[in-house]
Unconditional design. Structure first.
Length: 109
């Protein structure tokens, strides 16, 4: 994943809440709460993590909660503990048993 690259990453630790517009050239790892607009190469939401707002990335992995607007340009993986809701667009989708996906869904070409 993007973590091994030579460009900046974002870590939102457990118990931390951020709010605003974030452009991350690498991976955004959310173990706390991120609100607003998040754009990254990859977004990884842990089981403790919550992303609320407009999120755009090539690769998205969700073990926690993502809500409102999510665009996964390459792939969206919803883990067994993950919940994704709202306006969802993805090119490739994988949902593990127990994972939840609901809302307005569009498949990207």
């Amino acid at each position: 994943m993007a973590r091994d690259q030579d460009y900046g990453n974002l870590l939102v630790g457990k118990g931390v809440t951020i709010n605003g517009v974030f452009n991350v050239p690498g991976e955004a790892l959310v173990d706390g709460k991120a609100e607003g607009q998040l754009t990254a190469e990859a977004i990884n939401v842990t089981a403790n993590g919550v992303v609320s707002g407009n999120a755009v990335a090539n690769q998205v992995i969700v073990a926690g909660v993502m809500e409102q607007s999510i665009t996964a340009k390459t792939s969206l993986l919803v883990e067994s503990t993950g919940s994704v809701s709202g306006s969802i667009a993805y090119a490739d989708l994988e949902i593990r048993k127990g994972g939840e996906l609901q809302g307005n869904i569009v498949i990207l070409k």
